[in-house]
Design a protein around this ligand. Structure first.
Ligand SMILES: Cc1ncc(COP(=O)(O)O)c(C=O)c1O
Length: 389
């Protein structure tokens, strides 16, 4: 049974009740499935019946995870991957042919950037980037070979916001496939399909799992496009493991309450940082000073878990800040119950040149905080003492 309430569906969407009526779907830790007879086997391989054959193609735990995310995002179908990057790569590789062209926001996750810059050119797939504050230039970048319009919002790590309605309208007008990496928002805060996205990608490693336990990715959206992604992926083998899928289905049950608290804590930290004398600038979508505050309010329920800011004094001051952190973790993940501080210039975006980093808004002093679920007073106190160190 499904309702129109996100929280209820996140908990009650279940693939099927097992024969023994377990309250949770059991783990199907199996590589393959058996057939009743030769005809069952033939018909299954001929895709005349919907049936689990081999866990590289499908598995009940992955199917449950996919079903939940489809419901959350308002999507027709999906495929679950072993990591967010497996989802990004497989989705793009399944849809693009040699000679095709992609238009992407310049502000994207470092590994996605590397994919466009270093790997897709090997297969004669080209790209053009647009800056987040120059979306009006997107149409001038379109060529007869442009197939995909790609973006993240909010962006990693600069926390820029792109107007999904605007991107949706451009994609529709020019018949481009709009692919949105929605991992910074999670399906609880933002559903890009409502605004015209054809496919939505997540790194399940982030807010979906929310406790830093598993790597995962998922792509959901229009059935005909997901089918292409599925056909590519069942051959190339980036499928999510049943165990990780089971963990994620359980994690999604608490997504709404976790993300609400992440957002409350993040907004309080952003407000604190905004008034601090050692901070040059702060970016958080639900701060009134964010250049796209109105757009964020239009398309997001709250601002997300990531706050970006710049410590005054450049690299040296930045390093001192990181070395003075006591409670928070120095790590590269985000969306975890534990607050994490990251230095994008030397970690997640270190493969970009200084110029490329500057174009995505990353300076040597940029700090990314993934605000966790500890008491907000302790999060702020740790950052405050590190700034003052
Ligand atoms: C926006 C975004 N997309 C994709 C990924 C890749 O996800 P994964 O690390 O699960 O491969 C990340 C990872 O940080 C990310 O931040």
């Amino acid at each position: 049974m499904s309702t129109n309430k996100f929280e209820t569906n996140a908990i009650r969407t279940q693939l099927k009740r097992s024969e023994n009526l377990e309250h949770s779907v059991p783990m199907y830790v199996t590589s393959s499935f058996v057939f009743e007879d030769a005809e069952d086997m033939r018909a299954s391989f001929a895709e005349e019946k919907e049936r689990n054959i081999y866990s590289r193609y499908s598995n009940p735990n992955s199917s449950e995870f996919i079903e939940k995310v489809c419901q959350m995002e308002g999507a027709e179908d999906g495929f679950a991957f072993a990591s967010g990057m497996a989802a990004v790569f497989s989705t793009l590789a399944a849809l693009l042919d040699s000679g095709d062209h992609v238009i992407s926001s310049r502000s994207i996750f470092g590994s996605t950037h590397s994919l466009f810059n270093n790997f897709f050119p090997k297969w004669n797939i080209s790209h053009s980037y647009f800056k987040c504050d120059e979306v009006e230039k997107i149409e001038s970048l379109i060529t007869p070979k442009t197939k995909i319009l790609y973006a993240e919002t909010p962006t990693n790590p600069g926390v820029d916001v792109l107007d999904l309605e605007y991107l949706g309208a451009i994609a529709k007008k020019h018949e481009l496939i709009l692919v949105i990496d929605n991992c910074f928002a999670s399906p609880y805060l933002q559903q890009p399909i409502k605004f015209g996205a054809d496919l939505v990608i997540h790194s399940g490693t982030k807010l979906m799992d929310g406790q830093g336990r598993v790597l995962a990715g998922i792509t959901v959206g229009k059935r005909e496009l997901v089918d292409k992604v599925y056909r590519f992926s069942r051959i190339t083998g980036p499928a999510l493991s049943p165990f990780n899928a089971w963990v994620l289905s359980k994690s999604l049950e608490t997504l709404a309450v976790r993300v609400d608290r992440h957002c409350d804590n993040a907004l309080k930290l952003a407000e604190f940082l905004e008034g601090h004398e050692k901070v040059n600038w702060v970016r958080y979508p639900f701060l009134k000073s964010h250049p796209k505050y109105e757009v964020a309010k239009k398309q997001m329920k709250a601002g997300g878990c990531v706050v970006a800011f710049e410590v005054k004094g450049g690299l040296e001051a930045g390093q001192k800040f990181f070395n003075s952190i006591k409670l928070l973790s120095l790590s590269a993940n985000l969306g975890d119950s534990r607050s994490i501080v990251t230095h994008p210039a030397s970690t997640t975006h270190s493969k970009l040149s200084v110029e490329e980093r500057a174009e995505t808004g990353i300076t040597d002093g940029t700090v990314r905080v993934s605000v966790g679920l500890e008491h907000v007073d302790d999060i702020i106190a740790d950052i405050k003492q590190a700034l003052e160190a």
